[in-house]
Design a protein around this ligand. Structure first.
Ligand code: FES
Length: 362
């Protein structure tokens, strides 16, 4: 894997006249980036610990590299049934809006640009590079480094995927939800998974308990209600307070894009930023399908990446909705066993067919 990674890094380096710092960053494959992110996790404030992990799942490096070097990118995108905004180059300043550290994006971006312009390959240690830049960004933003480590890692991966010129040229715009602007990070952590009061006689309630799901996407945030033990996507579909499809053509039924509602299409993936432990355990089918889709879920019973049509809530949760979906697991990661795909709905027939083809493909 390391050998392949070096070849890819070398060929990309040759094709696109990179800065020394980009060449350094491109030596690492996705697994190595995730390993580094995990190793520095204790240095990231709790408010952004899972958020940074989720962001790296939303913008997988190996998928980016595959598409970048594909002979026919359009064909690959079609083959992977990719819908929505999957490229970081169109969202350099906004993809990380759900991180608390986003509010320090301008300082972080400036620190990364300066570091890239002066980098001589001193340490060769990715974790140390992240730490060093995060420290500069924190000093500049007059905050603590634990609040800039996560956004720095995200910024460096953004640099890898958009290139130095585009990265430097972006405005560095910060867009913070007004409701959270003046909240300290500890308060935000607390609020994300705070269970709803069920009223004075709440202890008598069983099935008719209600829970709040808070959501955030690349442009907005809000909340909707779920009945106890209900799938997240079902509650999301009852929220017709906005013209969702006007914002995102994938949102034909509500806040969260859905298609099959049976773990067959991958449209409804979300990151769980708070309260993951209050969701149902991942079923064998959801786990298997997440591999097929390529969503890099992890082996925990209650991971931070879920399918909203499968995960049922027994408490309040906060989620992040990605701006795209696709089916690329087998081709990109090659870790998918053959599975029987169960029929879902008529509208998902084309997706099922494409997924079945992808499963049989090389
Ligand atoms: S809606 Fe298709 S996997 Fe959830």
């Amino acid at each position: 894997m390391m050998f392949v990674s070096k070849i890819i890094a070398k060929s990309i380096d040759t094709i696109f006249n990179m800065t020394t710092f980009e060449s350094f960053l491109n030596k690492f494959n996705e697994k190595q980036w995730l390993g580094v992110l995990t190793s520095i996790s204790p240095e990231i404030h709790e408010v952004d610990r899972n958020a940074a992990q989720i962001w790296f799942r939303f913008y997988p490096l190996e998928l980016f590299r595959f598409l970048q070097t594909a002979e026919d990118k359009e064909k690959a995108v079609q083959k992977f049934v990719m819908q929505g905004d999957y490229e970081l180059k169109t969202q350099i300043d906004s993809s990380h809006r759900f991180l608390y550290g986003h509010r320090f994006w301008k300082e972080t971006k400036d620190a990364i640009v300066k570091h890239a312009e002066t980098f001589q390959g001193e340490t060769g240690d990715l974790a140390n590079e992240i730490r060093a830049i995060a420290k500069v960004a924190a000093t500049s933003a007059k905050t603590s480094a634990d609040l800039t480590v996560g956004i720095t890692a995200v910024g460096l991966m953004t640099l890898v995927q958009v290139g130095f010129d585009a990265f430097k040229a972006s405005a560095g715009t910060v867009s913070i939800d007004p409701k959270m602007k003046n909240q300290p990070p500890s308060k935000i952590v607390e609020e994300r998974a705070k269970d709803d009061s069920q009223g004075i006689l709440g202890f008598l309630k069983t099935v008719n308990k209600e829970w709040t799901v808070k959501y955030i996407d690349d442009t907005d945030s809000g909340k909707f209600k779920l009945m106890n033990d209900e799938e997240i996507a079902s509650g999301a579909a009852r929220d017709q307070s906005k013209n969702w499809v006007e914002r995102d053509f994938r949102r034909g039924e509500g806040v969260i894009p859905v298609e099959c509602r049976s773990a067959a299409c991958g449209t409804c993936w979300v990151g769980v930023i708070g309260g993951a432990e209050k969701l149902s355990d991942v079923s064998p089918r959801e786990r298997k399908q997440m591999k097929i889709f390529g969503y890099n879920q992890g082996d925990e019973a209650k991971p931070i990446m879920r399918l909203a049509c499968q995960a049922r809530a027994e408490g309040a949760v906060s989620i992040v909705i990605p701006p795209w979906n696709g089916v690329f697991g087998k081709k990109i990661y090659g870790n998918v066993e053959d599975v029987e795909l169960e029929p879902a709905t008529t509208s998902a027939a084309k997706l099922r067919e494409t997924i079945s083809t992808a499963m049989k493909d090389e």
